[in-house]
Design a protein around this ligand. Sequence first.
Ligand SMILES: Nc1nc2c(ncn2[C@@H]2O[C@H](COP(=O)(O)OP(=O)(O)O)[C@@H](O)[C@H]2O)c(=O)[nH]1
Ligand SMILES: [Mg+2]
Length: 195
Amino acid sequence: MYVYILGGFLGSGKTSLLMKLASMYIERKLHVALLVNESGEVGVDGTTLRAEGYDAIELPNGCICCSLSGTLQNALQSIKRDIDPDIIIVEPTGLALPHKVKELVRISMIDPDGTFIVGIVDVQRFDDLIKKKEEFFKRQMHGSDFILINKSDLATPEKLEEIKGWMASEFPDKPVLSISVKTGESLDKVYGMMK
Ligand SMILES: Nc1nc2c(ncn2[C@@H]2O[C@H](COP(=O)(O)OP(=O)(O)O)[C@@H](O)[C@H]2O)c(=O)[nH]1
Ligand SMILES: [Mg+2]
């Protein structure tokens, strides 16, 4: 079993990517369970996901990396016990720190074969985040195993290069890919990076 944590600010495209990844895994004939922590964000809730046939669990309001850490661990343990999927995808809120979520996965004793963080960045939000919340943004991205610059359909090639340049100077070891969940651009590369 592998666990993926989707990190990124509100609106970056976490839920959109989650849906794509879920259907990709189903095509691969793998059993995927989804764990979402909406907390007031606009998005797809557990009920909708279940109606579409996914094994989905929705955690109540609050942040799974802090106040709901115990709830997250219980949910992970019951997914392991009741569903025992090949893949768990966790979407924390846009304010969560994914490396904290990863630590909670580690100590939850579900013992996955690997836990990976996918950092997602919205091209349209990038300048604003760097201006107003640079430290938070860096902390949110720093544990990522790879970084996806999403909504490339809304950016010029120059803007994408600028963001990639920033990533390369801040996070020289991390693979960075620009994608569009909407148009499907480079999603095949993302799928290739997933177990
Ligand atoms: N243009 C464009 N819009 C996108 C893309 N990915 C997501 N969105 C839109 O961005 C908004 C926020 O996406 P969502 O997946 O809910 O983000 P979350 O808050 O991180 O879960 C929605 O209106 C999506 O349709 C993309 O690649 N391009
Ligand atoms: Mg969402």
